[in-house]
Design a protein around this ligand. Structure first.
Ligand SMILES: Nc1nc2c(ncn2[C@@H]2O[C@H](COP(=O)(O)OP(=O)(O)OP(=O)(O)O)[C@@H](O)[C@H]2O)c(=O)[nH]1
Ligand SMILES: [Mg+2]
Length: 327
């Protein structure tokens, strides 16, 4: 039985590698469901790394992320690139309403076999966004897509981190300093490799771009470091040439300088850490739940302090302090 199941997984991965959308969709569902077959599938996927340029898109609500995604897909398709899009929505459950408008917007690309679009909700999933998004990215890269774009909905810390773990991070803003300041506060300016003032059909886009460049001039950067590009766009009219060129330029820089390799290494560390913490967390809330519950009773009864309880739990799990959960 085991070998038959294994054959099924190998067959599915082969179909993913051939770029079959249904197989890719199925494997991404395994991530969302925390399928027991996922580790085996990802083991096979690892042999098919692909060479996708992974691009994260983030920015304040309503700035035009989804419109930009659609415009970029059109521009890339026009030059023949195959494009995978993952829309990460941490706040809504599967097929929640938040992405409905985006789906309609992406409808233009719905019948194009060179485009794969999938929304992923990862609230409550093993390891959260930090663990689930990279897996979906790997699957699309294995599927031979030239570009994998990760669009995040919302501007919480985790979404910013997801966008920032891409090979290239595109941060969108709209004209007016309000957005710039908001972005700076949310920490999204630092993560941007390309900063785009979208809605440049409105007043003030060039002013905002200039202010952003001035802001960037103030931040310290070595001569070998990438200097974030500030560009403008009108995504709603498909005017995204500067964005496309900026993303290409960053990709070239990252591969020539080794910065890309370094970022992938960091991303793998985050992924491994998130997965490990999630697995330990799951074990604590399932097989070890009664042991943890007994410790909690003792803490409440003041028979044990939380640190001592942690010591006992670690001893029980066979994890020494150096190997314990960081932080
Ligand atoms: N004038 C103008 N409007 C735009 C442009 N790009 C997008 N919009 C409009 O801005 C609104 C928000 O665009 P979305 O693409 O949904 O923005 P979003 O960042 O994905 O929004 P959330 O997913 O809700 O955070 C829509 O009404 C778009 O039509 C642009 O370049 N110019
Ligand atoms: Mg959107």
């Amino acid at each position: 039985m085991g070998s038959a199941a294994m054959g099924d997984v190998a067959d599915l991965v082969a179909r993913v590698a051939a770029g079959e959308p249904r197989a890719i969709g199925r494997l991404i569902s395994w991530i969302e469901d925390g399928s027991a077959q996922l580790p085996e599938a990802m083991g096979l996927i690892a042999a098919q790394p692909g060479r996708a340029h992974v691009i994260g898109v983030t920015g304040p609500p309503g700035v035009g992320k989804s419109t930009m995604t659609s415009a970029l897909v059109a521009a890339w398709r026009a030059r023949g690139d195959r494009v995978g899009v993952i829309a990460v929505d941490p706040s809504s459950p599967f097929s929640g309403g938040a992405l409905l408008g985006d789906r309609i917007r992406m409808h233009d690309h719905a019948t194009d076999s060179g485009v794969f679009i999938r929304s992923m909700a990862s609230r409550g999933h093993l390891g959260g966004l930090a663990a689930t998004t990279p897996q979906a990215v790997r699957i699309l890269a294995a599927g031979g897509f030239d570009i994998v774009l990760v669009e995040t909905v919302g501007v919480g810390q985790s979404e910013v981190e997801v966008a920032a773990s891409a090979d290239t991070t595109l941060v969108l803003m709209a004209p007016g300093m309000g957005d710039g300041i908001q972005a700076a506060k949310a920490g999204i300016l630092e993560v941007g490799d390309v900063l785009c003032v979208n809605k440049a059909d409105r007043d003030g886009a060039q002013t905002t771009a200039r202010e952003l460049r001035q802001m960037l001039d103030l931040s310290e950067r070595g001569p070998a470091q990438w200097r974030p590009l500030v560009v403008t766009a009108v995504a709603s009219r498909g005017e995204v040439d500067e964005v496309v060129a900026g993303l290409d330029a960053h990709r070239e820089f990252a591969s020539a300088s080794g910065a890309g390799q370094e970022r992938r290494h960091r991303r793998a560390i985050e992924e491994i850490t998130a997965l490990t913490l999630a697995q330990i967390g799951r074990r604590l809330s399932t097989t070890e739940a009664s042991f943890v519950s007994e410790l909690a009773d003792q803490v409440v009864a003041a028979e044990l302090d939380p640190f001592a309880a942690t010591d006992r739990l670690r001893a029980h799990l066979g994890v020494d302090q150096d190997g314990a959960v960081p932080g």
